[in-house]
Design a binder for this molecule. Structure first.
Ligand code: SF4
Length: 169
């Protein structure tokens, strides 16, 4: 499957010490592109990321709607810290899934995401959480009401896992 990562903004509402965007090799791996060029590219999977995508809601809407219009069969996945779910509701009709990177307030975040998911059940939801934090909060994640959400464990400094082309828009 041919896939790409589109960075909509490098701004973020959090400032995690382990953020992959701080690594020079990762920064250099993103090439600048335009909306026109982006829609001409034909990928099977588009991973839309930041920074925090919900800080640029109009751009996020344009990116998702344009990809869907020009490449209707592509899968579109969003990457977010989940602190601004209302902006994600605006684009849910265009996308296939959301990967929530959970950073803190796990019980509160899980509840919010659960209510969001109940309104958008066609979406695939993945919760990415650091292994240590998962172990500390296992009871929260093991709650049966979250059984439809897949939990993906990640390790700090695992920033270069996927074979993908990368663009900044
Ligand atoms: S929430 Fe994600 S993008 Fe934002 S600083 Fe943390 S790791 Fe980086």
């Amino acid at each position: 499957m041919k896939q790409c990562r589109i960075m909509c903004t490098s701004e973020c509402s959090l400032a995690c010490s382990y953020c992959c965007n701080k690594i020079p090799e990762i920064q250099k791996s993103f090439k600048m592109t335009t909306m026109d060029e982006m829609v001409r590219m034909k990928y099977d999977i588009y991973n839309i990321t930041g920074g925090e995508i919900t800080l640029v809601p109009e751009k996020l809407y344009r990116v998702c709607s344009q990809i869907r219009e020009h490449n209707p069969k592509a899968k579109i996945y969003l990457y977010t810290n989940g602190y601004n779910l209302s902006e994600l509701m605006e684009v849910h009709e265009f996308i296939d899934g959301i990967n929530f990177g959970l950073h803190k307030d796990f019980a509160k975040m899980m509840n919010m995401i659960h209510y969001f998911y109940n309104d958008c059940t066609k979406l695939s939801i993945i919760l990415s959480v650091n292994e240590d934090e998962y172990a500390k909060n296992k009871l929260v994640f093991d709650n049966p009401k979250y059984k439809n959400m897949k939990v993906k464990l990640w390790k700090l400094n695992e920033c270069n896992r996927t074979k993908e082309d990368r663009f900044i828009i």
